[in-house]
Design a protein around this ligand. Structure first.
Ligand code: PLP
Length: 458
């Protein structure tokens, strides 16, 4: 029985809403935190609490949680052309302008943009494009896709198959055949004693090559990578990783797809994670900060090689038979375009670079804390590794529920965290100021102190 008063948002929520990524049964007991409004990096609930959201929602509210300028653009777009599709040779200004803009800022030469509605759709579509490409090249058996252990690429059936995290797959009987994974990639956890980051990266590249040879290179179509692994707990690649794996992919003619859904648009201190790590992809998927998360929109950028395959197959099939009703939606595209203008006007890349040292130093200083074993970060991404023993790197037993304890304590300190297993991922809105970063660090320290006290008192 619910303990919420009748007709409260909480009671109505548990009676009607199935929440993604939420323990369905426990939610009936706990109910939701009902958010009412946002201002800058703070989000407010209906009980008058304000939280600093250290994860920008889901890595996406790059400009914070409200924006009047984008609201005005959405209103004007909806007043002028609230909807039209881009199927069968139809087009409109916002889709053209946005595609052109994305090509102009792409990290490597790209040929065409395919607009979609979410990061999952973008990855799902990019998988179809990979298969389409190899079919066009007369190599339909080149079909397997390798993604990286711990990476999240979305929740459609194909994106879940790409997502190399067992909990995203097993209850659904996924992955589909031919979705393979490589790794693990956490230097702190997975390196051998005495192994340098470069040696660790070389070992990963060697393992990848061995896996490709075992599968048969003629069956491996593409390699998927998120430049920084957000859902592995904000894990940047070990030094030299992309320099060592890319030659392996080239050697066996395996396409490289960069999932920039969280890293695109300034997050790593460059416009793209590909620039930060020297990645040269055949396709890029992006979403989230593309529209500052104010509208659902995503994009697949493809190079000329892929586009030529699509063109060739159109000759065969009469069209590129793929598309979503809302692809290139004029309101979403207008908001995305305005978001990119705002980034330029406020110098978002320079801003991220200027706040980065304080961000990395403030969170890095938490390594002294007894609960913290390691910190890694880049740009405005940071990941803390939780440990019980700093020397052996042993974890607290799962039954202790350390993550849940930290999460609850953080809420009491006005902080929203993203905790993944034994890591805490930080990805605040890109507009965060130095003072707000210091405040974030202070709330985090109070949270860790209180949790540690509680654990010791058990
Ligand atoms: C790297 C990455 N790819 C894809 C997705 C899926 O995006 P969406 O939730 O918009 O479908 C996410 C979402 O968090 C992500 O982090």
């Amino acid at each position: 029985m619910t303990h919420f008063s009748a007709n409260s948002p909480q009671a109505r929520d548990i009676a009607s809403v199935l929440h993604p990524q939420t323990h369905a049964r426990r939610h009936l007991e706990l109910g939701p935190t009902v958010m009412t409004h946002g201002e800058g990096v703070f989000i407010h609930d209906d009980e008058g609490n304000a939280f600093l959201d250290a994860g920008a929602g889901l890595w996406c509210a790059s400009l914070g949680f409200s924006n009047k300028r984008l609201a005005k653009v959405a209103y004007e777009a909806m007043s002028k052309l609230g909807y039209y599709q881009i199927f069968r040779h139809a087009s409109h200004g916002p889709a053209i302008d946005l595609s052109e803009k994305l090509l102009s800022i792409a990290p490597v030469p790209m040929s065409k943009v395919l607009l979609q509605c979410s990061g999952s759709e973008a990855n799902d579509t990019a998988v179809k494009l990979v298969w389409y490409h190899w079919h066009a090249q007369g190599k339909p058996e080149k079909r397997k896709i390798i993604s990286r252990s711990g990476s999240y690429h979305g929740s459609t059936c194909v994106a879940s198959s790409l997502t190399a995290k067992p909990e995203y797959r097993s209850g659904f009987g996924l992955p589909f055949d031919g979705f393979l994974c490589t790794g693990p990639l956490n230097y702190y956890r997975d390196a051998r004693p005495g192994e340098t980051e470069q040696q660790f990266s070389q070992r990963l590249a060697d393992a990848l090559e061995a896996q490709i040879l075992e599968e048969g290179p003629e069956t491996v179509a593409a390699f998927w990578c998120d430049p920084v692994q957000g859902s592995a707990g904000a894990l940047p690649p070990p030094a030299g990783y992309f320099q060592k794996i890319q030659p392996v992919l080239c050697k066996y003619d395996i396409l490289l797809v960069a999932d920039e859904v969280i890293t695109g648009f300034g997050r790593t201190g460059n416009m793209w994670g590909c620039q930060t790590y020297g990645i040269v992809p055949d396709m890029i998927t992006c979403a989230k900060a593309l529209s500052a998360a104010m509208q659902p929109i995503s994009a697949v950028l493809m190079n000329e090689r892929i586009f030529q395959s699509v063109a060739q197959q159109s000759d065969k099939y009469g069209a590129f038979i793929h598309g979503y009703t809302y692809a290139g939606h004029p309101v979403a595209a207008s908001v995305a375009l305005e978001t990119l203008r705002i980034y330029e006007e406020i110098g978002i890349i320079d801003h991220v670079r200027s706040v980065e040292p304080v961000f990395l130093e403030t969170l890095g200083a938490l390594c002294e804390h007894p609960l913290v074993g390691d910190f890694t970060g880049v740009g405005l991404i940071g990941g803390l590794e939780l440990v019980r023993d700093k020397v052996t790197r042993e974890n607290y037993p799962a039954e202790l529920g350390l993550g849940a304890r930290i999460d609850a304590q953080a809420r009491r300190n006005g902080l929203i965290l993203r905790i993944v297993g034994n890591r805490i991922a930080f990805s605040p809105p890109l507009i965060i100021t130095e003072d707000e970063v210091v405040e974030l660090g202070a709330r985090m320290r109070r949270t860790l102190d209180a949790t540690y006290r509680d654990i010791r008192a058990l």
